[in-house]
Unconditional design. Structure first.
Length: 310
């Protein structure tokens, strides 16, 4: 049974939440381990296209594949999933930003991978960095849950009425860190390809069979490279659109906050002036009163002397 992209897409569409469905497709994918890159690319492409409520199914399938491959010492899928999982987790977490149940399910998958050493601790930490800000992961302890400072931070973010500044910064950093647009490695790979790859007219001029076979391999590699890069660009376009809208909301909220701060500043400037006026009035009034502390005034006469002339 040969690998067919269209067939795999159909199987992904038919995938359901039953153990049998996931295990069956897992076995089919592992059977085609020679096409691991294509399998993972199609998996990622369909994950980004799938409705919000089905994205977790794709992660369950990936989990089944990588765990079975670890038991069978098959390295192909671990390598390929490592390539796309950061973008896949970023996409899934963001689509489930307000869905605590889905976020916790993803957390459990990562916790299992960490516990069973499916991926390295550093790699999983990187995947966990994409989770929504303010939601605690499975690995966080009770101390962080009950910490007054963490509760205070959580309340301050939710009470402001606008996007949390930490979230905006994290999303921007993640975008720039994994930007497909800035991936110079892909640019260099495309530039190093022979010109025949881009020129359909040159195909008819090649008469050497070996050269044609070599060109066909280059074409297949180029197609896979471009397809994967196109998926990354599409994902980045979607995420940058979301971040741009979030930034507009953030700037709008900051302008509102600026107006509130300005009004409060004017209010307290008025209060300060009133206090200063009262202070100056008190100082002036105090200066007009006689000083009774220095002893320079003449003593009062004795009571008897007041009636001495009678």
């Amino acid at each position: 049974m040969s690998f067919n992209t269209g067939s795999f897409v159909g199987k992904l569409i038919e995938l359901n939440n039953s153990t049998q469905s996931i295990q069956t497709l897992c076995g089919w994918a592992i059977h085609h381990k020679r096409h691991a890159q294509e399998v993972v690319d199609v998996w990622f492409q369909q994950l980004t296209k799938s409705p919000k409520e089905r994205k977790l199914l794709f992660l369950y399938l990936a989990n089944d594949i990588v765990q079975n491959c670890k038991r069978k010492n098959i390295d192909e899928f671990k390598k390929e999933f490592s390539r796309v999982l950061p973008d896949a987790l970023s996409h899934t977490y963001k689509s489930a930003y307000d869905d605590i149940k889905t976020v916790k399910s993803v957390d459990r998958i990562l916790a299992i991978w960490l516990q069973r050493e499916v991926f390295s601790k550093e790699f999983i930490s990187n995947l966990q960095s994409y989770r929504p800000k303010g939601m605690r992961s499975e690995s966080e302890g009770l101390e962080s849950t009950t910490s007054p400072s963490s509760n205070k931070r959580s309340r301050s973010s939710s009470d402001t009425g606008g996007p949390d500044a930490d979230t905006v910064i994290r999303l921007l950093v993640n975008l720039e860190r994994g930007s497909a647009l800035q991936d110079n490695k892909v640019k260099q790979q495309l530039q190093s390809l022979p010109p025949e790859v881009w020129n359909i007219a040159s195909v008819d001029k090649i008469t050497d069979r070996k050269r044609l076979e070599t060109l066909l391999k280059n074409i297949d590699t180029t197609y896979d490279l471009i397809s994967h890069h196109r998926i990354r660009l599409q994902t980045e376009f979607t995420e940058r659109t979301k971040v741009a809208n979030m930034l507009k909301e953030f700037v709008s909220h900051q302008k509102q906050q600026l107006q509130h701060v300005e009004a409060r500043l004017l209010e307290y400037q008025g209060k300060s002036q009133k206090v200063q006026d009262v202070r100056e009035k008190l100082q002036a009034h105090l200066g007009s009163l006689p000083d009774l502390s220095g002893g320079s005034l003449e003593p009062l006469p004795e009571p008897g002397s007041l009636f001495g002339g009678e």
